[in-house]
Design a binder for this molecule. Structure first.
Ligand code: HBI
Length: 356
């Protein structure tokens, strides 16, 4: 099949590379790399200040960042700030659309779904979160009904949170595994990775290590300062160390030496890119049995799925870490989450959206 000319429309919640876009930044990068390796051409559009560790050019767009969807309640009406970067990005998309075979939308926002029927170029929407808001569900459901296959998701568990679950195209995820080095002999520390915000429930991981006296290395963007201060005030003597938001190379050099990754999400994680990053380094995962992690962790083989929101169960999982063979973790990443596998799935999806 002929190579595709693709326009990648990034998330409007922050510049690419800032960590504010969370897992969607890594997914956009990995999908781009998987497709570039197949000879497809990609142009990205993203908020000012974006950078990407891939050979694709980014059209930077100025404007006010969008309010993160996870701050919305189910019934919250859709809000747009004055001079919205999201609106500016899609004005640009409209002007250049005929230069592309498919536009790929990475924003979990109302506007790109609403605009879909107004565009001549087909739009493929990658949804990187679970259902959060009624207006978003409704407008995405309209796209799902009128443009079959146009909505891509990570996992069946994620799709099931939406009324249009059956219409979702399952894409899984994938990593450039050459960036992650297997480590057989870890140090004594555990690891927690992700946006520091209430829905990720870092406080449960801190409570567990506070009880066990095991060091915890924390990496990720502090999205909610007050929340971070609360945790430190509540656990003043917990053996935790915050290392900041690090790039992949530096992050994995810390992660790989950890005995295990703790995943404590309060909300339904659509997937959990941090879990496959850990597996790629041979690091077992202890995760609340909720959302995407349920489809990723092979219970008892590459980690432990524990009772959601139960710190005592998290502690029990940590105490069983030594039963996991780290080599099995790396093997699962190689079998299920390679960049080649993601590239194949993404290519098939986009050819379908194009209507070939
Ligand atoms: N919120 N409004 C909005 N738009 C997004 O694209 C978005 C978000 N919140 C979080 C987020 N994207 C990503 O961190 C997740 O999709 C992974």
């Amino acid at each position: 099949m002929p190579p595709l000319k693709l326009l990648f429309m990034s998330t409007p919640v922050g510049p690419l590379g800032s960590g504010l876009g969370g897992g969607v930044e890594l997914t956009l990068l990995n999908m781009a790399q998987g497709l570039l390796e197949r000879g497809h051409q990609i142009q990205a559009v993203a908020p000012d200040g974006s950078e990407l560790a891939a050979a694709i050019s980014i059209q930077q767009v100025a404007g006010a960042l969008q309010v993160p969807a996870q701050f919305q309640e189910r019934h919250t009406p859709i809000a747009m700030p004055p001079n919205p970067v999201l609106g500016k990005m899609w004005e640009l998309a409209r002007q250049v659309q005929l230069d592309y075979d498919v536009i790929v939308n990475f924003a979990f926002d109302w506007l790109p779904f609403y605009l879909t029927p107004f565009f001549e170029t087909p739009i493929a929407h990658w949804i990187s979160m679970g259902s959060l808001n009624d207006a978003l569900d409704q407008i995405a459901g309209q796209v799902a009904a009128n443009f079959p296959q146009a909505i891509g998701v990570y996992t069946r568990t994620q799709a099931a949170t939406f009324p249009f679950a059956e219409a979702c195209y399952l894409l899984g995820s994938g990593l450039d595994l050459s960036l992650y080095d297997f480590c057989q002999q870890p140090g004594s520390a555990l690891c927690w990775l992700g946006r520091i915000a209430p829905e990720k429930a870092l406080e449960d991981a801190v409570a567990a290590v506070d009880q066990l006296g095991i060091p915890l290395k924390i990496m990720g963007q502090i999205q909610d300062q007050a929340y971070w201060q609360q945790i430190q005030a509540k656990f003043p003597t917990a053996p935790i160390e915050y290392l900041g938001f690090l790039g992949t190379a530096e992050m994995q050099s810390v992660l790989r030496q950890c005995r295990g990754l703790l995943v404590t999400s309060r909300w339904v994680e659509a997937f959990g890119n941090v879990l496959i990053e850990a597996l790629a380094c041979g690091v077992p995962v202890i995760a609340y049995a909720r959302g995407g992690p349920v489809e990723i962790v092979r219970h008892g083989q590459t980690g432990w799925l524990v009772e959601p929101d139960s710190v005592p169960d998290l502690v029990k999982g940590i105490q069983k870490l030594d039963q996991i063979d780290r080599r099995t973790c790396r093997q699962q990443a190689e079998q299920e989450y390679s960049l080649a596998a993601l590239g194949d799935r993404a290519e098939q999806w986009l050819h379908q959206v194009k209507g070939e």
